[in-house]
Structure formats: structure tokens, C-alpha cells
Design a protein around this ligand. Structure first.
Ligand SMILES: [Zn+2]
Length: 374
């Protein structure tokens, strides 16, 4: 960031570390993002940025810029994957349905929170006592359909009186662990780290020259990957940038999947695809790949590269919007242990991602040509 380019102003928001920790601690199952949105909106208010929400719950703000330049939408999803109450048994135990990519083998023995209208209630996904487990059972993954939340209730009537109903959202019990070397582990780093990065970007771009910037905190990514679409249609950007995790491959079990390492800086995706049912993915616009590469050089930020089959973002659907499509690229930060209660990220990667986004926006000039000619 160049101080000469924009008026120097005192920081208004808490640090990125504090923003991330705050957002990680708020349960926000897909379709139930209101509390996350309220927290983000409070920070936008502090920045003096007007914002609005649509019927699905997408939260958006616009920092107006040069109308001659292509407009940019940068977005991150507020929702997290999790579970819903499917039934309450006569003995007060609570059966669950899953929402999004919930890993069965990471669920057993977890602490969870039931988000009732009357408030959050703690519970545990206990499994059979170890002392009574057969050698064969010890190595078996218990599917979520065989698990139940024990929230201490002695009867269905007790659970219902406390506000537990069919449809009550359930997430991992929120947690934040500050680890060595600036690393942070805990709940919903996917994608509260992206949400926090967008707030930091909003603060960094106050008073900046450059393109019109729409920031969107989107909904239901973990549900159906399309919650952001009404926001994209309403804003009609020329360029869209998704900010979400990318899979760190620096642990032995992931080594064959790629090169991304924690602490190695932000990353851009050169290819994503998901075939099972989704049949979508993003091949980024080549002008944006060049833009991000040159921005990384200018900002002194190391830039990692990702090619990945099996995961994708809601950007896949935005690229087809409008009469000419939208020029798209996925940017992100490496994360270990995705969709577990203790996802792990390096704060320095997120800080560098904010600098990269800021530098990329600075480099959007009138000679950036988004049309791909024959
Ligand atoms: Zn995500």
C-alpha cells in the first residue's frame, strides 16, 4: 500500500487476527448466516460504509471508483458446513442430518452447539464407551446417521422445551486455538478467514483510486454453491474474484496433491473441477492470471499455484452471468484439515492475500482487455 496514493488514516478495525477470531466464534450454518452478517455489518458501520442485504442474506457494500474501469466484485462466503436436527428421540437424544461436506470420521466425539431460537445449547456427539468397544469396532468410522447429540436432556419434551426442534442448526462448538508461528486452528476458517480478509481489504481501499469495488459476503456456498448469484446479478461486475481456502499439501498424507504450503503465501487457482453431481469448475481468465502475477511481484508477495479436482467455489456459477460472462479468478489461502473442527491456517498468508488483492486492484487500468478475441 502506498501512503502517497491515499490519505493516511488511523486504523478503524481490529487487527486481522482479532477479526478472524471473532468471526470463527460465531456459528453460521448455511442458510443461517444472520449472526455472521451482523458482526461484519458492525465493522462496515465503523468504516462508514453503507451496506445492504438481499433476500437470501448476501451482504454487500460498494466502494465507488472510476466508471471507465472494469468493475470488480470480491466475495467470500459467510456460511459454514454442519448439521441440522432431523429428529428428537423419546430419550432426548438428537439425531442429525448433514449439510455440506461433513466428514463422518471427524465427527465422532465432537462437541457441538445447537443454535435454537432461545440461544445456543452445548451438546456432545458421544460414541460407545472405549472400555466396551470390540477390537473391530475400534477401527470403524461411525457414520453420522448412527450418531446422536447428547445435550443432557432426559426426554423429548425437555429438549423441545429448551427450543430444540426439527431444523435447528448444529455446528461444531466454536473454538479458536492460537498455535506457534502465527498459526491459528479452529472452527469455520472456511471461509471466515475470507470474510475477515474482505473487511481488511475494505479498510485498505478507503480513499483509493481505481475501479469500482463491490465487496460481498455471500451465503449458502456450502449448501449449493449458488447463494451468491443474486448479488452477482444485482451488481453486474466485469471481474469477480472469489476468496476462499485452498488445500495445503504440506502434510504427508496430502503430499501427492500439490505444492501449496502453509506460510508460503496466498494462492491462485489455475484449474478447479468437481464432477460428482456438480460438473463445474473455474479456469481463470488469462488476463487476470497475468494481473495477479504482476501484482504479487509489485507487492512483494509470494504467490502459490493450485490445480485441483474435487473442490470448487461459487465462482463457478458467476462466470456464466451477464451477456458477456464475467472474468473470474479464485484467490485463496492454504488451509490444512478442511471441514474439520480444527481447520488450520497461517495468519501471514491471509495478511499477504489482502496486500495482493489491494495491489491487483491498483493495477486494473483502462488497458486491461477482458475480451478474448478469435
Ligand atoms: Zn469455503
Amino acid at each position: 500500500m502506498s501512503g502517497a496514493r491515499r490519505p493516511m488514516s488511523d486504523p478503524v478495525l481490529p487487527s486481522l487476527r482479532e477479526l478472524l477470531a471473532e468471526l470463527m466464534r460465531i456459528p453460521g450454518l448455511a442458510g443461517h448466516e444472520e449472526r455472521v452478517a451482523a458482526a461484519i455489518a458492525r465493522h462496515l458501520d465503523a468504516l462508514g460504509l453503507e451496506h445492504r442485504s438481499d433476500r437470501l442474506g448476501n451482504l454487500m457494500t460498494t466502494l465507488p471508483g472510476d466508471p471507465e474501469l472494469p468493475s470488480v466484485m470480491v466475495f467470500a462466503h459467510m456460511d459454514q458446513m454442519g448439521l441440522l436436527v432431523r429428529a428428537v428421540e423419546a430419550d432426548g437424544r438428537i439425531r442429525l442430518e448433514r449439510q455440506g461436506g461433513v466428514p463422518d470420521r471427524a465427527l465422532a466425539a465432537q462437541a457441538v452447539v445447537l443454535c435454537t431460537d432461545a440461544g445456543d445449547l452445548p451438546g456432545v456427539l458421544g460414541i460407545k464407551s472405549h472400555h466396551a468397544t470390540s477390537p473391530e469396532e475400534k477401527l470403524r468410522v461411525v457414520p453420522y446417521t448412527d450418531l446422536a447429540v447428547d445435550a443432557g436432556f432426559a426426554s423429548k419434551a425437555e429438549a423441545e422445551a429448551a427450543g430444540v426442534r426439527i431444523g435447528t442448526p448444529v455446528t461444531y462448538a466454536p473454538r479458536v486455538h492460537e498455535l506457534a508461528n502465527g498459526r491459528i486452528a479452529g472452527t469455520a476458517i472456511d471461509d471466515r478467514a475470507g470474510c475477515a480478509a474482505l473487511l481488511a481489504l475494505a479498510e485498505a481501499r478507503r480513499g483509493a483510486q481505481g475501479p469500482t469495488l463491490h465487496l460481498v459476503w455471500s451465503v449458502q456456498e456450502e449448501h449449493n454453491l449458488r447463494g451468491v448469484l443474486p448479488a452477482a446479478r444485482a451488481l453486474g461486475p466485469d471481474i469477480a474474484i472469489a476468496v476462499d481456502l485452498m488445500l495445503a499439501c504440506d502434510t504427508p498424507e496430502m503430499a501427492s496433491r500439490g505444492d501449496l504450503r502453509l506460510g508460503g503465501g496466498p494462492a491462485m487457482s489455475l484449474f478447479s473441477f468437481h464432477g460428482r453431481g456438480t460438473l463445474n469448475g473455474v479456469i481463470p481468465h488469462p488476463a487476470l492470471v497475468r494481473l495477479v502475477e504482476s501484482a504479487a511481484g509489485a507487492a512483494g508477495v509470494p504467490l502459490q499455484r493450485s490445480v485441483h479436482v474435487g473442490a470448487l467455489t461459487d465462482l463457478s456459477y458467476i462466470q456464466f452471468e451477464g451477456d458477456e460472462g464475467v472474468a473470474c479468478i479464485d484467490l485463496g489461502f492454504p488451509v490444512r484439515y478442511s471441514h474439520q473442527a480444527t481447520e488450520l491456517v497461517d495468519l501471514a498468508d491471509i495478511e499477504a492475500l489482502v496486500r495482493l488483492l489491494d495491489a491487483a486492484l491498483d493495477r486494473i487500468t483502462s488497458d486491461l482487455d477482458l475480451v478474448r478475441r478469435a
